[in-house]
Design a protein around this ligand. Structure first.
Ligand code: G
Ligand code: MN
Length: 251
């Protein structure tokens, strides 16, 4: 599948704090424009949305991330899963589950190899198609992760309606952990919610040792952020893993 001009995926490791192993990698879109340089996702995603390009972008991202995971595994890397960010409009497409199934089959992957990140905004639309799509994906065995958890406007009741298996603690909480007792209390509370619902909670945007230590003391198992690695081009991941002592398949 051809990449929309200048679009590429970088990958950021998610680290299991207890074992030091990889929990997975998150695929993050980057757009390099010939004249304008690097354009941040906060700018090009709304643009793509406006231009009706999100369908094409979602398809490309999904295929690209799956292709890359399969390639890394052929290269002998032990990578449990890849997380892909899809937009709310992608989840409104009732053909998404079939597309995911075909992509996984085409790349020789299992549904459990894929995590789809969504935001609670998928429930703001009451057409019901997003919920249907999400339920079908869940039934197929694809895992769903709630991104930016703790920052939205809706009530917690959406956790009862969406079959997610993972919450991602928003990086704004992590940024304040060292200095704001409220942020610490909220991150502990969010882990409590996750634990009591049997969900994995991933702390995002971990930049410092102090943040990592606080999260670990609170019982967080998985963290992601510059403290461990920046999002990197796929060619750099094998070296990063080797430096961390994460080399052989199944290790
Ligand atoms: O929406 P989502 O949470 O998936 O976006 C994650 C964004 O945060 C990515 O664009 C990624 O590059 C960025 N990011 C990843 N790790 C860190 C970090 O440790 N600090 C900051 N400030 N940003 C990060
Ligand atoms: Mn994300």
């Amino acid at each position: 599948m051809q990449a929309p001009g200048g679009l590429e995926l970088h990958y950021q490791p998610q680290v299991d704090l207890a074992t030091g192993r990889l929990h997975g990698v998150e695929a993050l879109a980057r757009w390099r424009h010939q004249g304008l340089g690097a354009i941040p996702p906060t700018r090009f995603i709304p643009l793509a949305e406006e231009c009706g390009l999100m369908g094409a972008m979602g398809r490309w991202t999904l295929d690209q991330a799956c292709r890359q995971l399969a390639q890394w595994r052929r290269d002998g890397l032990a990578l449990p899963a890849v997380s892909v960010n899809l937009s709310t409009s992608n989840f409104h497409n009732l053909e998404l589950p079939v597309m995911v199934e075909q992509t996984l089959a085409c790349r020789g992957l299992q549904p459990s190899d894929l995590v789809l990140e969504l935001t609670e905004s998928i429930l703001l639309d009451n057409r019901g198609s997003a919920l249907q799509t999400v339920e079908r994906l869940h039934a197929m065995g694809v895992r769903l992760s709630m991104d930016d958890f703790g920052t939205g406007y809706s009530s917690l009741s959406y956790l009862r309606r969406l079959p997610v298996t993972e919450l991602k603690l928003d990086q704004s909480f992590v940024a304040d952990l060292e200095h704001a007792p409220t942020a610490r209390a909220l991150s502990a509370a969010i882990l409590g919610i996750g634990n009591s619902l049997g969900l994995t909670v991933v702390a995002e945007g971990v930049e410092t040792d102090a943040q990592k230590d606080i999260l670990q003391a609170q019982g967080y198992r998985v963290a992601q952020g510059f403290r461990f690695a920046r999002p990197m081009p796929p060619g750099e991941l094998p070296d990063w893993m080797a430096q961390q002592g994460m080399t052989a398949a199944g290790a």
